[in-house]
Design a protein around this ligand. Sequence first.
Ligand SMILES: Nc1ncnc2c1ncn2[C@@H]1O[C@H](COP(=O)(O)OP(=O)(O)OP(=O)(O)O)[C@@H](O)[C@H]1O
Ligand SMILES: [Mg+2]
Length: 451
Amino acid sequence: MSETILIVDDEKSLLKALRITLEGKYGVITTETGSNAIKLFQHKGPDLVLLDIGLPDMSGIVTLKEIKEKDPDAMVIMVTAVEDVKTIVEAVKLGAYDYLVKPINSQELFLTVKNAIESRQLKNQIRLLQQADIDRYKFEIIGRSPEIKKMIKVAKKVSKSVDTPVLIVGESGTGKGVLARAIHYSAGKNPGPFITVNCGAIAKDLVESELFGYEQGAFTGAHADGKKGRFEESAGGTIFLDEIGVMPFSAQAKLLRVLEDRVFYRVGGTEEIEVSSRIIAATNIDPEKAVEDGLFRKDLFYRLNVVKIEVPPLSEREDDILLLVEHFMDYYNVKFGKGFTKISPEARAILLQYHWPGNVRELKNLLERIILLEDGDTILPGQLALISNVDEKRNKVIGPGVTDACLDYEKVTGDLIKKALKRTRGNVREAAEVLNMPVHKLRYRIKKFGL
Ligand SMILES: Nc1ncnc2c1ncn2[C@@H]1O[C@H](COP(=O)(O)OP(=O)(O)OP(=O)(O)O)[C@@H](O)[C@H]1O
Ligand SMILES: [Mg+2]
């Protein structure tokens, strides 16, 4: 695709001449006023603007200022009738890339335009590389459990095939978003944009325009110049359909058609647009059950379910818990200027024993709170009160009516403790280790159960 140049000049004959000169090589849009130029700049996103300094409605300098406010990286070449040094200096200070003096010599025009476009491409490349580096750092998957290793292996394989849809399933906070990004960024040096759509958060009537965009005047309230949808924005990259399980049923049919045909139309549009993005969908509800309950279209499920990756709950990947704790400890140490380096053995036991209903997100939040609020270098059991009291709390919350379950629970725990004590010949400390339970908790239970 060739670059697009927006030419702004009120001199009709010059506008025509410039258009004819540049049209073969570049896409050209023209307008005669500053206010129109700003609108076109916003909605057409040209790669370069040729901007006359003397415009009828507002000066070229003011126009330049507004364009630069919308996009500080915008490439603008000023065009002037007189070599007015003061104005040109002002334009360059405001960020104009270069200037041309009328009458314009076509060779000089081509050279200046070519330089500007090359310089812009270079800037874009640098920015993309920097961004990819930041993102890669940000979306690293931490884990050494066999489950995570297996997951990463599958993710690496699917990342190689851009048109294979991926369905990620897992409880809230397990890292489905992290995995989706990892697949995207494993694809190669230039993975393109990563666009997230929160399917549950879009108003029912707007799903179509949000996903596929719309043309000028497609419906009341639509922006006058039309708008790109999320599919178009993700072109050449990834569209991440998060919470697909709660997408409105009517929208599911439209999405299915697009996935099958790999083309779509903007709302009110007639031009066929090809889907060129990788599609990753995620859900924290069991998709098979959602299909059974009639909430999720079966055909859409099969379409998305080419590669399904299940992210296991944190409680099922014990090997990752302490690794994640250390990871977030370092992260928040840097963020809050703290110096935590150790986890006491009792704290370790609590962290390992806890069932983590909020998964990695809960663990991350817990570490943020501790590192921010506490001082010292060691994470201690007292700082984990929120998660270590949960069992007792849960029993209290259940209350009367389920006494049988509580009794069972107490009986099983009592039996386990008895066995452990027998094995360690009454050594409480060793028994606590066997039970993966903090000593103070074991002492408390021994007393409570009268053992
Ligand atoms: N393996 C991991 N390594 C590092 N950080 C992780 C990992 N898993 C999750 N996280 C972090 O935990 C938080 C929750 O992860 P994420 O948003 O990906 O979960 P999710 O499964 O998409 O949850 P939800 O269903 O609620 O959207 C994020 O801050 C993420 O950075
Ligand atoms: Mg998520």
